[in-house]
Design a protein around this ligand. Structure first.
Ligand code: GDP
Length: 324
């Protein structure tokens, strides 16, 4: 399929109800900010206490009562390399349940436009770099997050099945590693960028002579600010219509060591950098090919250093007191 044949032009009605599932999370809160700025007046985003998406009956009841017009599925159990490796049962089971419930209810209650969010870890570990969308299902997955990845692949397949059988304008979007305000800064369970912010900040406060990070520092990763992803999601809902998932990333990566040096410099930590090679490196590289979304007129606007600076400011304002 060519890029041109996937382009569509269907402006969303700003007054129609949009359900942002996962509204309190990193991605959901960025979507909420952006859609509000863009004039959407009927956003819906119950908290997990108000609506447990793992509970099928509650989800169906909620759809019956609220009748969303558009759905963005940004709710998922997510975590960094250690959380994925130690809790694969929750990662596969909860994500499958959340997805199946929301997608089934969206089908039953006539949702015409839906955006399902996955992750770059759905692609094979040995995929050619940068990773094109058609690398999906061409080889074995990275073991540290295969349970999560398989759940997300099932979601892509369900979206594709509904498109084929019910002619709905549903799409799947695969962002690269995300970061930004609202991230999880847990020392063990979070992703690398918030982990580093927290660790370097703490080391600066405590005047620690050295900070030890996980792995060898040699894996390469690509990082996208959530506000850039939020802009991409709205553009894709209005301009993309295809069976194929579409990648969203910056098209640029760096080593974890380079990232650590950048975070240390933003935080103002001047001590030494150590590496604990006993901790898993995960996949050596996952850089997305972003030519499809670039051809639709989107590009990231927030550079990595600026994005880290803003995220560090957010961390200090919100989390510092509680999470030291
Ligand atoms: P991944 O992209 O799925 O592998 O997820 P992560 O963001 O958790 O990890 C990315 C890379 O950063 C891996 O190579 C980790 O070993 C490395 N890393 C270094 N220090 C840390 C840390 O403190 N936390 C996390 N999560 N990863 C770290």
């Amino acid at each position: 399929m060519t890029i041109a044949s996937t382009a569509t032009q269907q402006k969303l009605d700003r007054s129609a109800p949009v359900f942002i599932a996962g509204r309190r999370g990193l991605v959901g809160s960025a979507l909420w900010r952006h859609f509000t700025d863009e004039g959407f007046t009927a956003l819906m985003g119950p908290s997990s206490a108000e609506l447990d998406l793992r509970d099928r009956q509650s989800v169906f009841r909620w759809f019956a009562e609220n009748q969303p017009h558009t759905v963005i599925l940004a709710a998922a159990r997510v975590g960094g390399i250690k959380a994925n490796a130690t809790r694969p049962t929750e990662f596969i089971s909860e994500n499958l349940r959340i997805q199946v419930n929301v997608l089934d209810a969206a089908l039953q209650y006539g949702v015409q436009r839906l955006l399902f969010l996955g992750s770059s870890c759905i692609y094979p570990k040995a995929a050619a770099q940068p990773i094109r969308e058609d690398a999906l299902l061409t080889g074995p997955l990275e073991e540290t997050n295969d349970a999560y990845a398989l759940a997300k692949i099932a979601g892509i397949m369900q979206v594709k099945a509904v498109r084929r059988q019910h002619s709905r304008t549903w799409i799947s979007v695969m962002p690269t590693n995300l970061y930004g305000p609202g991230d999880n800064f847990h020392p063990e369970h979070s992703h690398v960028l918030p982990s580093l912010i927290r660790r370097f900040h703490q080391a600066k406060v405590e005047n620690a002579p050295e900070v030890t990070n996980w792995g060898t520092g040699t894996p390469r990763r690509e990082f996208l600010h959530v506000d850039d992803l939020a802009r991409a999601c709205l553009l894709l809902l209005e301009r993309y219509d295809s069976d194929s998932p579409i990648n969203v990333g910056t098209g640029e990566d760096l080593t974890i060591r380079e990232l650590a040096e950048m975070v240390a410099s933003v935080v103002g930590y001047a001590g030494g950098l150590g590496w604990d090679a006993a901790q898993s490196d995960g996949t050596p590289r996952k850089l997305l090919d972003v030519s499809r979304i670039t051809a639709l007129g989107w590009k990231p606007e927030i550079g990595l250093r600026d994005g880290i600076t803003g995220t560090y400011a957010w961390y200090r304002s919100k989390c510092d007191k509680n999470q030291k």
